[in-house]
Write a protein that binds this ligand. Structure first.
Ligand code: NAD
Length: 374
């Protein structure tokens, strides 16, 4: 099948988990923990990192194998990584570095490349898929790199809540459509993260004829992702993405949203937690004869593992879409994997069915099949 040539935008903690996990799965010769073992003949071991961009003086200019372990990244080194022969390139800072994050992301004092220069670099590196792993709130920077991908005709995976894939009339999506460059997004929904667990419980209430009355989801963690989100103005889209993901499981999401009866978002930075994310969820549900049901859940996960499990599926799907010359935003490919997809879907079962049907139309098989879908 050949390799999937991946370019990384933002060499932070997820990038570290992603690069290390490919080596980890090569070393253990098992597929335990993956969502899909094989998609269209591609295995996790077919992912190859050929390009990377950051703006931090700790990372730019270093081999990707070293940059993923540089300050302030904190995913522990859990596997040996060979030198990758990929030097992290200087990117465009724009709004990627919030004022309170300058000591963490330490912008390098180097000339910033133009859009034309980056398009050339991406083409020269033979990138198939660019994955956007910038800090939340990087609206301008995400749009800048998404345009680079669209112009270069490569796939773009948008892991963060900047609404591009979910805005089908956006000029970048139109450009990507013209250039047959697929865009998948927006905002990764972790493997067993707070969003999917919360959605599953809310969907269950609906499936049993009960109704979600009010709910919250409070998340705390201790990495730069959570520290960056201390700036409230950067959080807006994250909250929107998480809140809509929960509300859209119900019959009247607009009522829940209008009455502000759903709250879901990051709620605190606690340094000693590191990459551990703790999520507290509460739901009040009206059931039979007006009776109240309350559910409270505590979830504790390795936040970066949860995101990466999804990325390794999505990168393979992005490559398949590109090889099939499908450009622009592709709703069926995003719904299962992202919190704020182009078309919100009531349950993740429906989203998975959409994915399998879409792949089947392309003659592509995913293994194992996680549900019957006829
Ligand atoms: N479960 C999850 O971890 C999860 C789920 C959904 C979305 N996300 C989002 O994914 C993104 C990446 O997460 P992370 O933990 O790897 O973040 P991180 O803070 O560890 O890394 C961000 C990286 O981006 C770099 N950067 C900043 N501005 C830049 C620019 N203009 N150009 C290039 N690089 C730039 C920083 O130097 C840093 O290396 C975050 O926005 C996060 O909210 C994460």
């Amino acid at each position: 099948m050949g390799d999937i040539r991946v370019g990384i935008i933002g060499v932070g903690n997820i990038a570290s988990m992603l690069v290390q996990s490919v080596e980890y799965y090569k070393a253990i010769d098992s597929n335990e923990g993956l969502i899909h073992e094989v998609i269209g003949g591609y295995d996790i071991r077919d992912l190859r990192f050929v390009y990377a961009v950051d703006v931090s003086s700790e990372k730019v200019g270093r081999d990707l194998s070293e940059a993923i372990l540089a300050y302030p990244n904190m995913v522990r080194k859990f596997v040996n990584i060979p030198r990758l022969g990929v030097t992290v390139r200087m990117g465009r800072i724009l709004d990627g570095v919030a004022p309170h994050m300058v000591d963490d992301f330490k912008p390098a004092k180097l000339p910033e490349p133009s859009e034309d220069e980056l398009v050339r670099e991406v083409l020269d590196a033979g990138v198939d898929v660019l994955v956007n792993l910038l800090p939340v709130g990087s609206e301008d920077a995400t749009r800048f790199y998404a345009r680079v991908a669209a112009r270069a005709g490569v796939a773009f995976v948008n892991a963060i809540p900047v609404f591009i894939a979910s805005s089908p009339t956006d000029s970048i999506v139109e450009l990507a459509l013209e250039n047959r460059a697929p865009i998948l997004g927006d905002d990764i929904k972790g493997q067993l993260g707070s969003t999917i667990v919360h959605r599953a419980l809310a969907s269950l209430a609906r499936m049993r004829g009960a109704k979600l009355v009010e709910t919250y989801q409070l998340n705390i963690g201790g990495n730069t992702d959570f520290k960056n989100m201390l700036a409230l103005e950067r959080l807006k889209t994250k909250k929107e993405s998480k809140t809509l993901a929960v509300a859209s499981t119900q019959d009247e999401p607009e009522v829940l949203l209008r009455e502000e009866r759903v709250y879901a978002g990051p709620s605190g930075y606690i340094p000693f937690l590191g990459n551990t994310k703790i999520s507290h969820m509460y739901m009040r549900i009206k059931a039979f004869a007006g009776s109240d049901v309350e559910i409270e859940v505590k979830l504790k996960v390795d936040d970066k593992a949860m995101a990466t499990a999804v990325l390794v599926d999505v990168l393979r799907i992005a490559k398949i879409l590109k090889d099939n010359k499908l450009g622009g935003s592709i709703p069926w490919a995003s719904a299962f994997y992202f919190k704020h997809p182009p078309v919100p879907v009531k349950s993740d079962y429906e989203a998975l069915k959409m994915l399998y049907r879409g792949l089947e139309e392309l003659g592509v098989e995913a293994r194992p099949k996680l549900l019957e879908y006829y």
